[in-house]
Design a protein around this ligand. Structure first.
Ligand SMILES: [Zn+2]
Length: 384
């Protein structure tokens, strides 16, 4: 395994399981990390799932309902089939009484389980679904270009497709409210940027990587730059992003059971397993090539929010989520799906690791915007 080791001595938080694989982590005198401290000081005091949250949810629902009068839909929800977006769809329809359009982007990597979950929710909630299918030849070309770029941020092409298509559709059809399943309960410990968590869709970075390693033009691939989505769509045109899961009790285990009993929805072994590529990327590519375990952040979020014991998390992370045989099969599947031979994918895997800093980007500008949001109190999670 390739561990990206920095010069500091190994240290792990005594409260969660974040450790020095995040090169910028800071520990206090208790041995607690800055994610835990940020949760205690900034997130927890501002996160209400009791009466206060209920009132805020009701107020939001009223506003969305009023502004959506006379329209076919009053809001839009990006649905992946995973827990967070599925539960958000359920809350929006059943608890907020809204008329959302469910919007799904098919980037070619859906697991059967994700597809099944989407179908069950659409039927069970009696809502309309719009599916945007990404041109597979373009998707494949972009993904292979990203793999060849050797940066850890290998989920950017899928993320870009999901969010860009959603924003573009909402903009085109003048749907003001975009609902997301983003939440503190399972995501309060955001993966550090070094672990392939680039801060947003940066078209400069995409274009540079694609111009060096891509083979065909991206004629139809949806690519909305973060400056356009946050600046133009949200600040100028007034598009609003709502996160209702932060206003209701959202306990992972209970939410899974609720969706299962009401709709026959099936739980996933782990977060992000709705996409076959993401599962492979997070369980194989990222830990083995770069030494980063996204599960470390996922489990830490659950520890901070009281949904998992630290011992359990340490035990789970001590071995891969999927077994070796399965991961080997997935390696072959991903290679053949991307029209690469197993040897070609292996060659990329064995190549020298790089970071986004090796390519043209406007990370400084995105950082500036994120810094402003944090100062204004609009972003409470840590972005480093
Ligand atoms: Zn911690």
């Amino acid at each position: 395994m390739t561990e990206k080791m920095n010069n500091r001595a190994y240290q792990i938080c005594l409260h969660c399981i974040m450790d020095t694989s995040d090169p910028n982590i800071v520990f206090d005198e208790r041995g607690w990390c800055d994610y835990c401290n940020n949760f205690e000081s900034t997130i927890q005091p501002n996160w209400h799932t009791d009466r206060t949250g209920e009132n805020a949810l009701e107020l939001l629902a009223c506003k969305i309902r009023q502004e959506g009068q006379g329209k076919d839909f009053d809001c839009i929800i990006g649905l992946s089939g995973g827990l967070d977006s599925s539960y958000a769809a359920y809350v929006v329809k059943e608890k907020m009484g809204l008329r959302p359009l469910l919007f799904h982007v098919d980037a070619g990597w859906n697991t059967d389980q994700a597809v099944g979950n989407i179908e069950k929710l659409v039927d069970g909630l009696g809502l309309d679904l719009y599916t945007e299918v990404i041109n597979w030849e373009e998707m494949k070309d972009l993904q292979v270009a990203f793999l060849r770029s050797q940066i850890p941020d290998q989920d950017l092409p899928q993320d870009a497709a999901f969010f860009s298509a959603l924003y573009r559709f909402a903009h085109k059809y003048k749907i003001k409210y975009v609902i997301t399943g983003s939440n503190y309960s399972t995501e309060c410990c955001r993966e550090p940027e070094e672990w392939g968590g680039y801060l947003g869709i940066d078209t400069l970075l995409f274009k540079d990587i694609h111009s060096r390693f891509g083979k065909r033009p991206l004629g139809s691939f949806p690519l909305v730059d973060i400056i356009v989505s946050k600046g133009f769509y949200q600040k100028i045109l007034g598009m609003k992003i709502a996160k209702p899961l932060n206003m209701v009790p959202f306990i992972k285990k209970n939410a899974e059971e609720e969706l299962a009993s009401r709709f026959g929805w099936q739980r996933f072994q782990h977060k992000h397993h709705e996409s076959r590529f993401t599962r492979f990327y997070e369980d194989y590519w990222l830990p083995r090539k770069f030494g980063f375990q996204k599960r470390r952040a996922h489990f830490s979020s659950l520890i901070m929010t009281g949904q998992m014991k630290r011992d359990q998390a340490l035990e789970r992370i001590s071995r891969p989520e999927m077994d070796e045989h399965f991961l080997r099969q997935e390696f072959e599947y991903v290679a053949s799906k991307l029209d690469l031979s197993v040897a070609e994918l292996q060659e990329i895997f064995d190549g020298k690791n790089k970071t986004y800093r090796d390519y043209r980007n406007k990370r400084w500008l995105i950082g500036l915007g994120t810094g402003v949001l944090r100062c204004l109190g609009m972003e409470k999670r840590f972005f480093r």
